[in-house]
Design a binder for this molecule. Structure first.
Ligand code: SF4
Length: 292
C-alpha cells in the first residue's frame, strides 16, 4: 500500500460522476479486468494506491456544485478492501456526500459495507443510495477459488437482505460468467432466485460471458492452471485470443435470466439498470432561482 495526493477525484460530467478512492485491489478475483495492461499500472495491482486527499478533493468539488446528482464508486477497485477498515476514506467520502446532499451508487463484494449502513441509510432517506453487489457463483467453495480474499456469496446475500430491511435499493452484477466454470443453469437460477427473494431492483448481465485482455488474461490463465488443470487449453481451443468469451450456454442462460426478471418486474437491461443507478430524483436536481 502506498499513498498519493490525487489532482482530482471525480470523473464524468454533471448529471453523474464516478469516483475511485483507491487504485488496485486486494480481493484477488481471478478474472479481474481492472488489472489489464490498458490501465497502465506502474506498481503491482495488489500494492494499493491510496488517494489520501480524496475526502478533501471531494469536499472541494461538491461544495462548488449546485446541481445535485448521483456519485458512483467501486467500478475499478472495491471501496471496501481490507485497508478501508483502518483508513476509513470511503466512510469519510460518504459523510461528505451526505453533507452536501448528493446521492451515491456504491459497488462492492465486501460485507465491510455494513459498517457504514448508518450513513447509507441516511443518504437514502435524504436523497438516494443504491448498493450494488456482485454475485457470480452460488457455490461458496467455487467462490473461494475465483474471488478468494472477500466474503463469500452466502454472506453477500445476507448483505442484500440487510439492505432490503433498511429500505436501501440494491442492484446485483451477475458478471462475469466464466465459460465451463460457473455457467450452469443451476448456478444462474439459484442466484436469480436469491435476487428475487431479497428484493433487488435490477440485475446487470453483459451476455453471460467473460472478457479478457492483456494483463488480465495472463493472470486468469495462471489461475486456471492452478485450480482447473486443462481448462486453459480448452479456452484457447474455443476462443483463441478473443476479447469476448461468451459461455457456450449463453443463449439458454440469457433466456432463464430474462424470464425470471420479467416475471418479477426486475430491471434487466444494462440501460435500465444504469439509468436507475445514475438517475437522481427530480426534486433534488431542480435548481431554484436563487441558485442561478
Ligand atoms: S473486487 Fe473487483 S476490482 Fe477487486 S479484484 Fe475483484 S473484480 Fe477486481
Amino acid at each position: 500500500m502506498h499513498y498519493t495526493n490525487a489532482k482530482s477525484i471525480l470523473s464524468g460530467k454533471g448529471g453523474y460522476y464516478g469516483m475511485n478512492i483507491y487504485r488496485g485491489c486486494t480481493h484477488g478475483c481471478i478474472y479481474c479486468d481492472s488489472r489489464s495492461k490498458c490501465y497502465q499500472f506502474t506498481h503491482s495491482f495488489e500494492d494499493i494506491e491510496v488517494k489520501q486527499n480524496a475526502p478533501e478533493l471531494l469536499e472541494m468539488a461538491l461544495k462548488s456544485k449546485r446541481k445535485k446528482c448521483m456519485i458512483g464508486t467501486g467500478s475499478m477497485s472495491d471501496p471496501y478492501m481490507h485497508c478501508e477498515k483502518e483508513l476509513q476514506l470511503t466512510r469519510c467520502c460518504l459523510e461528505i456526500i451526505l453533507k452536501y446532499g448528493f446521492g451515491v451508487a456504491i459497488q462492492t463484494k465486501s460485507d465491510l459495507i455494513l459498517r457504514d449502513i448508518d450513513l447509507l441509510s441516511e443518504i437514502n432517506r435524504n436523497t438516494k443510495c443504491v448498493v450494488q453487489i456482485t454475485l457470480t457463483t452460488y457455490d461458496d467453495d467455487l467462490c473461494g477459488i475465483i474471488e478468494p480474499n472477500v466474503c463469500n456469496t452466502k454472506r453477500r446475500i445476507e448483505v442484500l437482505e440487510i439492505m432490503q430491511e433498511k429500505g436501501i435499493p440494491t442492484v446485483v452484477w451477475l458478471t462475469p460468467i466464466l465459460p465451463f466454470i460457473n455457467d450452469t443453469k443451476g448456478n444462474i437460477t439459484s442466484i436469480l432466485n436469491e435476487c428475487v427473494r431479497t428484493g433487488v431492483r435490477g440485475i446487470i448481465d453483459f451476455g453471460m460471458g467473460l472478457t479478457l485482455r492483456e494483463g488480465d488474461r495472463e493472470y486468469y490463465y495462471a489461475a486456471l492452471d492452478r485450480f482447473f488443470p486443462g481448462m486453459k487449453e480448452k479456452y484457447i481451443r474455443q476462443y483463441g485470443n478473443a476479447y469476448e468469451l461468451p459461455s457456450p450456454n449463453a443463449k439458454e442462460l440469457r433466456g432463464i435470466f430474462q424470464n425470471i426478471c420479467k416475471e418479477n418486474g426486475l430491471l434487466s437491461t444494462p440501460d435500465e439498470c444504469f439509468g436507475f443507478l445514475q438517475e437522481m430524483p427530480d426534486k433534488f436536481t431542480q435548481m431554484s432561482l436563487f441558485d442561478l
